[in-house]
Design a protein around this ligand. Structure first.
Ligand SMILES: Cc1cc2nc3c(=O)[nH]c(=O)nc-3n(C[C@H](O)[C@H](O)[C@H](O)COP(=O)(O)OP(=O)(O)OC[C@H]3O[C@@H](n4cnc5c(N)ncnc54)[C@H](O)[C@@H]3O)c2cc1C
Length: 363
């Protein structure tokens, strides 16, 4: 039987980012149930960085991640993970509201028509958030895993953690193939499976709820769209952004309660997305090029959870990353690692109060 200091359950961006921070200090294993680490939410995101998203507590993590994403350390990546795009928050009435610390510019109707040709007349004004950027998610996730392995960490694919019991001060964990291993600490980074993994370890649920979100890639009869800003409705009914010269990524901003699963798009949600899109611009829709869905998992207060379970020793939560798990991952990985290792936080996150993220708030 192999013995580890830390076992991380889940190889998505949450597990990879905390793993990258701890592997140099502790013998660490990531077990990932699928044959590839980014198969679930991490591989299905809309891939943008939007500082205003998720409320003020989440925004602390996004802001603290921005420098790293924009200008990563040379030994982590050779180039930026961000490509600036800008976001337009549309309104039919009053000016939309954004957190005061997020820089934004007012865009009147004339300017809006120039930025989004063919926009329908009811959209009266918008706020432009220039800092919105695309994230190269695959490169970021791969860089975390590379750092993890380079620091001595091991990734085991096709390895589902099935059950565990605590024996004296160690966990004894059974994997789906019947093999066993031990670890002093377990990190639950299982995304939509967060609560079911906790139950496997005899830990009480936190109420982490997976919600399905749909994405559609549309080919439209309008060119010059590649650098179109992220266009979203301040009421939260849709967003879309340029993908290719004549294609866009569109979401109906859906949030459908579901069990943890391999999520797939439903026709009704694709139809809703298209219907809402047709209410924004007059661009003819030529075809649906592809569609997909993924799960965004939220704690009851929609703030992610980083910290030791208050009731069960050696069990650490790293869950509830909702719709911001990619853009917060550099700071979140550092925050989780500092709590896990009981170490001084990195200066980039030293101002963040870890208690805001503690699972103790639910018990
Ligand atoms: C449509 C959509 C759009 C999004 N857009 C954005 C965006 O623009 N910007 C942004 O920042 N975020 C976005 N997100 C959110 C982001 O994708 C998630 O917050 C993030 O990927 C969550 O990462 P994770 O590692 O927690 O989950 P996952 O990537 O799902 O990883 C969890 C892993 O745990 C594994 N696992 C589960 N149970 C076990 C077990 N028992 N044993 C072993 N392994 C197990 C799973 O197989 C899975 O691979 C979006 C999400 C969706 C669905």
């Amino acid at each position: 039987m192999i013995n580890f200091d830390i076992l991380i359950v889940g190889g998505g961006i949450a597990g990879a980012s905390v793993g990258a921070e701890v592997a140099a200090h502790r013998r660490t294993l990531i077990v990932e149930a699928e044959d590839q680490c980014g198969y679930h939410s991490t591989g299905r995101s809309a891939a943008f960085f939007l500082e205003s998203y998720g409320g003020p507590v989440v925004a602390q993590l996004s802001t603290a991640s921005a420098d790293f994403l924009h200008n990563p350390p040379q030994d982590f990546a050779e180039r930026s993970f961000l490509h600036q795009r800008g976001a337009l928050h549309l309104s039919q009435g009053d000016w939309p509201e954004l957190p005061s610390e997020v820089s934004a510019l007012q865009v009147d109707r004339d300017e809006l028509e120039r930025m989004v040709p063919g926009i329908k007349p009811q959209w009266a004004r918008a706020l432009l958030e220039p800092g919105c950027a695309d994230i190269d998610v695959a490169a970021l996730h791969a860089a975390f895993l590379t750092q993890f392995r380079r620091s001595g960490g091991t990734v085991q694919l096709g390895a589902r953690a099935m059950s565990a019991r605590r024996e004296s001060d160690r966990w004894r964990i059974l994997l789906a193939d019947g093999s066993e291993l031990t670890a002093s600490l377990v990190v639950n980074a299982a995304g939509a499976w967060a609560d079911s993994v906790a139950e496997c370890f005899g830990v009480g649920r936190l109420g982490v709820a997976p919600k399905r979100r749909t994405m559609v890639q549309l080919r439209v009869g309008r060119s010059g769209l590649k650098d179109l800003p992220l266009v979203n409705d301040s009421q939260g009914n849709f967003y879309f952004k340029g993908e290719g010269d004549r294609s866009i990524w569109l979401s109906p901003h859906d949030e459908i309660d579901t069990d943890a699963c391999d999520a797939a798009p439903e026709e009704i949600d694709i139809a809703t997305a298209i219907d809402r899109f047709e209410g924004v611009v007059d661009w003819p829709i030529e075809r649906i090029e592809r569609s997909w869905a993924g799960l965004r998992s939220f704690a009851p207060d929609r703030i992610p959870v980083y910290g030791f379970d208050p009731d069960v020793p050696g069990f650490f939560w790293c869950v509830g990353q909702g719709g911001f798990g990619i853009q917060t991952s550099p700071a979140a990985g550092k925050l989780a690692a500092s709590i896990l290792l009981e170490a001084q936080p990195d200066p980039s996150i030293a101002h963040i109060d870890a208690r805001d993220f503690s699972p103790a708030r639910f018990r």
